[in-house]
Every structure is written in C-alpha cells, then in structure tokens.
Design a protein around this ligand. Structure first.
Ligand code: BEZ
Length: 235
C-alpha cells in the first residue's frame, strides 16, 4: 500500500485489523492480546468534549455487565496519552453526571495521534470531520472476527442499551444457533435457522410442534426462555 492510500473500512465477518498502540493502561497488541474474549473497540472524537464525556462515563457504567459477558472495552481517539490521562482524571475528580460520580475509567484508552488506528477502522469520515474520528463501535468476537459495526455522527451520543443488547443477541445466536428478530431481548422468541426451518417448516405449520410458531415457510420462531439465555451468556 502506498503512503497516500487510505485502508478500506473493515467489514462484518472480516478479521479485525491488527495494530500496536500506547494506551492509558500500557501498550497493547490488538486484537491478538484479546483473543478468547469478546471486545468492543470504540472511538470518540475528542477528549474534554461534552458528548464524549457523557459517553465514556456511560461506557464505564456498563463495563461490569459487559465483563460478565466476557466482553472488554477499548477506546480510541486522535488525542495523545497525556490528554487522555488529564481528561480521565478530571472526570474522576470533578464530573457528576446522571448519578455517576468518582468514575474511574480502568479500560484502556488508545492514543492515536498518528491516526493509524482510526484510519485502519474507517473512523475518519471527512464529510463529518477532517480532524476527528466519528463515534464508531466495533464488536469483535473471541476469534478476532468483526461481528457488528455502528457509526454515529459527532453530535449524537450512542445508545448503551443497544450496545448491551447487541452483546446479548450475538452471544445468544452463537450459543443456541438461532437468529434474533427485531428488537429482540432475552426471553423473547428466537428465529429458527433458515436451513432448519426451510426443510420442515411446512410440516411444522401443520403439526404445530411445541414451542415453534411458523408465520410462513421461511419464517419460524421458537421459545427460548430468559433464564436459559442469561445463564449461558452471563458468567
Ligand atoms: C463531543 O464529544 O461533545 C464533540 C466532539 C467533537 C465535536 C463535537 C462534539
């Protein structure tokens, strides 16, 4: 690749691009260091800004729940290490927001002054900003494969319920070999995989197999109770 060439955005199903970086928690080799865990790599546009402050505090507030789902957080922005350290210290010492105070950010925040990481992950989107990363979220599985990507503009804080729901849905899909319908939450019916439902759905519609509902030959759901899901994904 020539120096001018910008790497193309990584896509769902591809291996997470690898990089070495300096963070507030020491050096990391990504994603190799995280193999075996799920992890969320997210970018924020800039330290010491309002939306990003609300977000990083909210990331910290869901960290414990994510950790129970074997999921780790890693943040990145184009700021330097000392800016990150000063911002995180200010948050801990001074910011009280929506009942959150004394918030200590213990997950790594990558310094990306060279924009190496932001470029590799398609976080620099010049139509939105020439100098700052957009709000990206990359969900990467224990094999280092990208499983979900979200991008938000600079002006909009992310939806953290959705980030938790994504982790629940991806892990439930893997664990039970099912897909999840619109707005799925643990305890809702899940979708029987196409290969399975295609072959037998017609019979199912007729036989009304227990727990399975078919809306047509291509669309069958089955019950998956909340307790079973929660036990499988929260450790
Ligand atoms: C913010 O996080 O508040 C922000 C950062 C850069 C541009 C606009 C807003």
């Amino acid at each position: 690749m020539s120096e001018q060439e910008t790497p193309r955005m990584p896509l769902i199903g591809e291996k997470a691009p690898s990089f070495k970086a300096i963070t507030t928690q020491g050096d990391i080799q990504f994603p190799e260091q995280y193999v075996g865990s799920w992890f969320i790599l997210f970018s924020h546009p800039a330290d010491f800004t309002h939306v990003s402050t609300s977000e990083i505090m909210t990331f910290a507030s869901i960290e414990e729940e994510l950790n129970k789902m074997n999921t780790k957080l890693v943040g990145v922005s184009v700021d330097g290490l000392y800016s990150h350290i000063a911002w995180l210290r200010t948050i801990k010492e001074k910011i009280e927001y929506k009942g959150m105070k004394n918030v200590e950010i213990t997950f790594p925040l990558i310094e990306d002054i060279t924009m190496n990481v932001s470029q590799k992950y398609g976080m620099l989107q010049p139509g939105e900003s020439d100098t700052k990363a957009v709000r990206a979220v990359f969900v990467i599985d224990p094999k280092g494969i990208i499983r979900t990507i979200l991008y938000y503009p600079l002006s909009m804080g992310r939806n953290f319920d959705e980030i938790v729901r994504i982790m629940q849905a991806l892990q439930a899909s893997d664990e039970f070999n099912v897909a999840t319908p619109a707005d799925w939450r643990p305890g809702d019916d899940v979708i029987v995989p196409t290969a399975e439902s295609c072959g037998v759905a017609k019979e199912r519609v007729e036989s009304e197999e227990e727990g399975v509902t078919c809306y047509d030959w291509f669309f069958c759901t089955k019950k998956l109770d909340k307790e079973t899901v929660m036990k499988a994904i929260y450790k």
